[in-house]
Design a binder for this molecule. Structure first.
Ligand code: ACO
Length: 428
């Protein structure tokens, strides 16, 4: 029997459908509640609102579960390449060798930027935030490929557009860094893996090619895999909202980049390192920072702590914490920020404020230390997140079109003036 919910309001009773997902998640369908009753629901920040049906990624925040298309993040992180995970997220299945080869070739084919696009980088001030450059350049790339302005959520046109975006985001990001440091651009090398190619574009010099060590390449691959998708987070929801107006894929993901930039979302990976550096430089105790985070008169928050969905632990943070240790060891590096991070985490685990609010390290807490170890500059951390999240954004954009999702248009409860007569300037 189909489960139903009953809402009693305004002296009337309304029967509402209950929808159950494949993991037994339940929701009450209120789509026609307003037209039937005149009532809307209120949920600022959408903490309790299902905005779509999706078969891409499953998150169980209570039990720390994250799966891409059914595959547990722990297995994926250990075994998969970012390119095959991008394919999985986009197309729903792991690629067979032939498909994998074709997909990799498509990424290589689209890696280079149109040469007329290159001079646009020099129009940015040298200290322009790379996230601003990335967002702007994504829209600009689309101008050089007018065919991608057409909305295709399936078929060869979509495949081409998705490959173009997945590949060019990496080139744009590396070029933004080269421009900021006043260095010549390094063009993509089709003989390198996705990660090694990015590192080459970032760090090769005219006098010496940068050859990524297997440890560094593996660490970057892991970082990207762990960030590949995370269901309806702030940036992905942004991509969906923008895409719901039938805006093209490039403008939709450019908006996603802007949402990711914020310090409460992807920008937190930069915030964590700045916070740890600040703790180190200040010579103040860990306790004083924890006290500041707890102080309701202060706007300071412990960066890299807390999550809207994970209320026990973030599985990505557990994986990253272990990998950071291994990578530092393999690279014979000793990072004092890791010691501070471990101390900070340990202190919060004994603190009722953090325990009672279920505030644990999230994906951003240890990722910055990993990026630091492999030589990524601090202002590029959130850009790295954006490269990693691209498969999730593209796939959610595709899915919303496949589901023919209605334009996003939330309601509000108006709390302003009721009607009043206009006052001419002279009488004010
Ligand atoms: N430090 C101190 N207190 C915190 C923190 C923190 N990092 N995070 C949440 N809290 C407190 C809030 O002050 C609030 O306390 P109250 O109940 O006494 O008012 C309570 O915990 C609940 O916090 P909310 O802000 O309501 O939680 P929400 O789900 O809206 O926000 C968020 C989640 C944005 C991640 C928040 O925990 C935060 O700001 N964390 C720091 C920034 C961060 O690390 N962001 C990355 C998130 S992961 C990602 O986007 C990839």
């Amino acid at each position: 029997m189909n489960e139903k919910a009953t809402l009693l309001v305004g002296g009337k009773s309304y029967e509402l459908d209950v929808i159950t997902g494949t993991e037994n998640e339940k929701c009450i369908d209120i789509q026609d509640l307003r037209s039937r009753s005149g009532y809307i629901t209120m949920d600022p920040g959408y903490g309790n609102t299902g905005s779509c049906f999706s078969s891409i990624t499953y998150v169980d925040g209570t039990n720390g579960i994250l799966r891409y298309r059914g595959y547990p993040i722990e297995q994926v992180a250990e075994k998969a390449s970012f390119v095959e995970i991008a394919y999985l997220i986009l197309y729903g299945e792991l690629p067979k060798p032939r498909r994998m080869k074709a997909f990799s070739e498509a990424l290589n084919e689209h890696a280079a930027l149109h040469t007329n696009l290159e001079h646009h980088f020099s129009g940015f001030p040298k200290d322009a935030p790379p996230m601003a450059i990335l967002s702007a350049m994504l829209n600009l790339v689309a101008c050089f490929h007018p065919e991608v302005l057409e909305v295709h959520a399936d078929g060869p046109e979509f495949d081409r557009t998705a490959a173009l975006l997945l590949s060019k985001v990496r080139t744009i990001s590396a070029f933004a860094y080269r421009m900021a440091t006043g260095k010549p651009f390094n063009h993509p090398n089709p003989n390198l893996s996705y990660c090694a190619n990015f590192l080459h574009m970032m760090f090769s010099e005219p006098y010496q090619d940068f050859v990524a060590s297997p440890v560094v390449e593996r660490a970057m691959n892991l970082f990207l895999v762990l960030h590949a998708d995370h269901e309806q987070n702030c940036s992905t929801s942004t991509v969906r909202v923008v895409g719901s107006s039938r805006a093209n894929l490039f403008s939709s993901v450019a908006a996603g980049v802007c949402a990711l930039w914020g310090p409460l979302h992807g920008g937190a990976n930069t915030g964590v390192i700045k916070m740890l550096e600040d703790i180190k430089a200040s010579g103040k105790s860990i306790t004083s920072y924890i006290d500041m985070a707890k102080d309701k008169n202060s706007t300071f928050r412990l960066m890299g702590f807390g999550h809207r969905v994970y209320k026990n632990f973030d599985p990505r943070s557990i994986i990253l914490k272990k990998q950071v240790h291994d990578v530092l060891q393999e690279l014979h590096l000793d990072d004092s920020l890791l010691e501070i991070a471990l101390e900070l985490e340990a202190a919060t685990l004994n603190d009722d404020y953090f325990l009672s609010r279920h505030l644990y390290p999230n994906v951003d807490f240890y990722s910055g230390i990993l990026l630091r170890a492999i030589g990524i500059p601090l202002n590029m951390y959130t850009v790295m997140f954006a490269i990693g999240r691209m498969p999730g954004w593209i796939s959610n954009w595709k899915e919303l079109h496949q589901h023919n999702q209605r334009i996003s248009r939330p309601r509000q409860i108006y709390t302003g003036y009721t009607e009043r007569p206009f006052v001419p300037t002279a009488e004010r």
